[in-house]
Write a protein that binds this ligand. Sequence first.
Ligand SMILES: CC(C)(COP(=O)(O)OP(=O)(O)OC[C@H]1O[C@@H](n2cnc3c(N)ncnc32)[C@H](O)[C@@H]1OP(=O)(O)O)[C@@H](O)C(=O)NCCC(=O)NCCS
Length: 228
Amino acid sequence: MAVIRLARPGDGPAVEALAKVALGADAATPVGPGAFAAAIDRHGGRLSLPHGTGCALVAEAAESTPIGLTYTCAPVRLIEHYAELGRHGQRRLAGVLTELELLTVAEHARGAGVGTALLAAMEARLRSGGCRLVLAKVGAGDRLVLRWYRRRGYLPAVPGEPVTIDVDGAMIAFDDGGDGYRLAVKSLDPTQQVHRGSTRTGTYLAVTPARPSATPPWSVLPRGRPRR
Ligand SMILES: CC(C)(COP(=O)(O)OP(=O)(O)OC[C@H]1O[C@@H](n2cnc3c(N)ncnc32)[C@H](O)[C@@H]1OP(=O)(O)O)[C@@H](O)C(=O)NCCC(=O)NCCS
């Protein structure tokens, strides 16, 4: 069985190759040919980013080559959108929300539990750091991967559907941004849940400690919801 560990210097090329399998570049992911590899080889699996630390975990097979990767970081664009929260509020937001940027297993190693083990290790790590909600980005047409997440406790948002969470009294709302990905979200706080609510104009996902509220959570927002 694969061992899950933090990426370390020397893993760079394998990590970058796995990242390329997962998806193209995104704002919070180190970009450019070799940039991810160079960052891992220099700093290991903890990368200093705006609003927090990116974290790369790898699954290591017997020959010690990474065969799977998960990479998480704070949702930078969302946090920057909420500048009105101030530095303290933005730090809180970065602490409770995490984006699962990459999750991939080398093709030859799929179907053996490696992806499930990577996801569980990543969630345990985030939970112990105080994260309350993890957001995975899944290709909009990738039904098998959406099902894979659903079976692991994630609730996929429908395209354009808002997701809301109360962070210290501030109602944070976001959606997939219409960039070809769907969000699949999971509460890491056992006292909270993600549920789907509806209004006359559509549905939404909300993270709440108790039963769904009759009032749409974003109705208390002073302005429109941001894209992530
Ligand atoms: C999604 C992914 C990470 C799953 O990793 P994995 O190690 O194959 O998953 P596991 O072995 O832990 O899970 C087994 C599941 O995959 C299914 N499976 C079995 N063989 C498989 C295979 N050869 N390829 C893909 N999935 C397979 C099983 O039916 C099982 O599903 P279930 O438990 O929900 O019924 C992997 O398929 C992958 O890297 N896909 C490409 C990248 C991607 O889409 N990443 C997610 C978006 S960020």
